[in-house]
Ligand binder design. Structure first.
Ligand SMILES: *Cc1c(COP(=O)(O)O)cnc(C)c1O
Length: 368
């Protein structure tokens, strides 16, 4: 039996069918229909944020969020190289320049102590990533942004449902982007959202994903087509009903991994952060001076039909598409990227399967 790094959550078939039945009554397939409206409201409630603007995917939501500020072309955005390439592509596709800042050794998020020396007179924003659902140093980032008058846009693709000091994660920064891709904690098949608290952004987000149209005969900006359709929204409505159970199952799996793998020499496990209510979106493990290196462990698992993934290797700045950008040394990110493996994690993964994965990993260790 094959075990992949993730297995998308879907509701039982009949639940989805009964949700989409309304579409056969109203013939509303897309363009801000009733399901779209309902899901926006439910997500805002769940995340405790005042505004949610749904998108066809997370990437388009992030590109749009950046474009809201209309930064001059060539402006610099401080960001992390330890992320999915979507983050950085969204910056560059807005005509802006990514400036890579190193990450922290303990939670892999942006190292706020290294941001200030990267600020120039061209810097306009900071774009940190709550990687693996780990919360960035939101307070320090807010302080720096205020001091230098910078915008903060969070890539919260991994952080759906995460809270910091009991506050919903979308309440930090100017705008947060969530991804509802099939592989994420909460999915709408494909999908995403921009979340924010400033009501004056509503009109922008509504029209940017609808070609810039603001009325029957008016077009006030140059938008694309990024609307979420009603079938996706129905999947979201169903999946959101089960989110508590999904998070509880993920927690069970993570605790099982920690129980089996903690204290093993050469293995560094993901650990919970202080004051954070986690969503257990990924389980990254570093193989440092273990009997086998990361790549060998990955191959070994694959030989048993278990497919772990190297999130995130290579660093974004090492892709061919980023070769022409200024190189900044990010030694911590590089080190983490070379030793990290994210192990399979999804609600249905049984304790016995986690045991099997751990047995394989421990079976080649020194102290087993
Ligand atoms: C998934 C992801 C995205 C892109 O989201 P899509 O919904 O797939 O477009 C952006 N950033 C990060 C960190 C992601 O993991």
């Amino acid at each position: 039996m094959k075990i992949n790094v993730t297995k998308p959550f879907i509701p039982i078939f009949d639940e989805y069918v009964s949700e989409i039945r309304d579409i056969w009554e109203n013939h509303f397939l897309t363009n801000f229909g009733p399901k779209h409206k309902e899901l926006e409201q439910s997500i805002s409630n769940f995340l405790s944020v005042s505004r949610t603007s749904l998108f066809v995917n997370g990437h388009y939501a992030l590109e749009s969020a950046i474009s809201y500020f209309n930064f001059p072309k060539g402006s610099e955005v401080i960001t992390t190289p330890f992320t999915f390439v979507s983050t950085t592509n969204a910056i560059v596709r807005n005509g802006l320049v990514p400036v890579f800042c190193d990450i922290k050794e303990d939670d892999y998020t942006l190292d706020a102590t290294k941001i200030e020396k990267l600020i120039t007179n061209k810097t306009v924003a900071i774009l940190p990533v709550h990687v693996y659902g780990n919360v960035c140093d939101v307070e320090e980032i807010a302080r720096i942004a205020k001091k230098y008058n910078l915008k903060v846009i969070y890539d919260a693709a991994h952080a759906f449902g995460v809270k910091y000091k009991t506050i919903g994660i979308a309440n930090f920064g100017d705008i947060s982007m969530f991804s509802f891709h099939a592989t994420k904690v909460f999915n709408t098949i494909e999908g995403g959202a921009a979340c924010y608290n400033d009501a004056s952004m509503d009109e922008f987000f509504h029209s940017i994903k609808d070609f810039g149209i603001t009325g029957e005969e008016t077009c006030e900006q140059i938008g694309g087509n990024g609307k979420m359709n009603e079938f996706q929204a129905c999947m979201g409505i169903c999946n959101l009903r089960h989110i508590d159970e999904v998070l509880a199952q993920r927690k069970r799996v993570v605790e099982k991994y920690i129980d089996r793998l903690s204290g093993v020499k050469g293995i560094v496990l993901w650990k919970p952060q202080k004051n954070v209510s986690h969503n257990y979106s990924y389980f990254p493990v570093l193989f440092k001076d273990y009997s086998k290196n990361r790549d060998e462990i990955k191959t070994l698992l694959a030989e048993h039909g278990i497919y772990a993934r190297k999130y995130f290797y290579p660093l974004v700045c090492d892709f061919d598409s980023y070769k022409s950008f200024r190189k900044i040394d990010t030694p911590i990110a590089r080190k983490i990227s070379e030793s990290v493996l994210t192990l399979p994690l999804y609600p249905e993964l049984s304790d016995e399967e986690v045991d099997r994965i751990c047995d394989i990993i421990l079976g080649c260790g020194f102290n087993y």
